[in-house]
Write a protein that binds this ligand. Sequence first.
Ligand SMILES: [Zn+2]
Length: 168
Amino acid sequence: MCPVSLTGHWGSGRFHLSDTAFIRTYDIARFNLALYFVWLAQWSVDSMSAFNRPVRRALTSEERALLEWLIANGNPDAKQYAPQLAGTKVVGLCTCGCPTLDLAIGDRKERTIGSSHVLAEFDGSTAEGVQVRVILDAREEQISELEVIAIDDFEGVFNLPLIASLRR
Ligand SMILES: [Zn+2]
């Protein structure tokens, strides 16, 4: 909006914006709104999934056993992360039905968000018979996420893969 033309209208006793000024204002507002949604979409992709539900709890014994196994059997540098396991907590859950976990060390309330470093990647199957890929990620040199992805686009609730089923 141009403040000079606005003053001019007020100065001449007209209290409405001209059509042109109104359309210009509307276009700018619409453009800013579009920018905001682009930013919001980028933010949600970058910082956390739209399916993420924050929690704060200890690992279950099943989760701990899987993480220990992935670190022991994963990529060569995965074992360096073994000392972090004792302080690893669950800080986010996926709400889509998959058992993907956001993980954080110590007092952190959210997982680290830098670029992902894969510590282990295996295929396996769950107790429900769902074929899954499981990926343990570190970010910023901290254990950050346990991703469990249904290979065949399974929709519904499923659990972690059985350790005995895991193959590279
Ligand atoms: Zn999910």
